[in-house]
Design a protein. Structure first.
Length: 143
């Protein structure tokens, strides 16, 4: 509480001091007033947390920060474990993919071979009979 009162009185003092330092001219070429030491101090104080007054407060702050750090470390450890399990699963999936790709390539080759066989058989079946095999050649000479 005394620290808050001191901060308020310093702010008031800084405002008064700044009002006294304000330039009396209103021209556009007038220089910016320099900030007083008090005003600079107030700006610094407003940017930082006020220090703890008692040892108990300081120990409490340390305990809070320690818990936050432990929670962060726990989260990091958990995330690291998740990352490792994801990498293992990814490796398994890549292995499965390579295997299935090899099987697929083999099936494509087998399909192409069967298509070639089918085309050959189809040509043989649709081939016109030659005169030597024809029934119209007359009586056979082998009798």
């Amino acid at each position: 509480m005394p620290q808050e009162n001191m901060l308020k009185s310093l702010k008031e003092l800084g405002k008064r001091h700044q009002d006294e330092e304000a330039p009396s001219t209103s021209s556009a070429t007038a220089k910016k007033p320099r900030l007083s030491v008090t005003t600079k101090f107030l700006k610094l104080m407003s940017c930082t947390d006020p220090p703890s007054q008692t040892r108990f407060d300081r120990e409490r702050e340390i305990a809070i920060h320690r818990r936050r750090l432990e929670n962060s470390e726990t989260k990091v450890t958990t995330l690291a474990q998740v990352l490792v399990s994801i990498r293992l699963e990814n490796a398994k999936l890549e292995e499965t993919y390579r295997h299935l790709k090899a099987v697929n390539d083999g099936l494509k080759e087998r399909h192409a071979a069967l298509e070639r066989q089918r085309a050959v058989k189809l040509r043989e079946l649709t081939k016109k009979p030659t005169p030597a095999h024809s029934a119209y050649n007359g009586p056979s000479t082998s009798s």
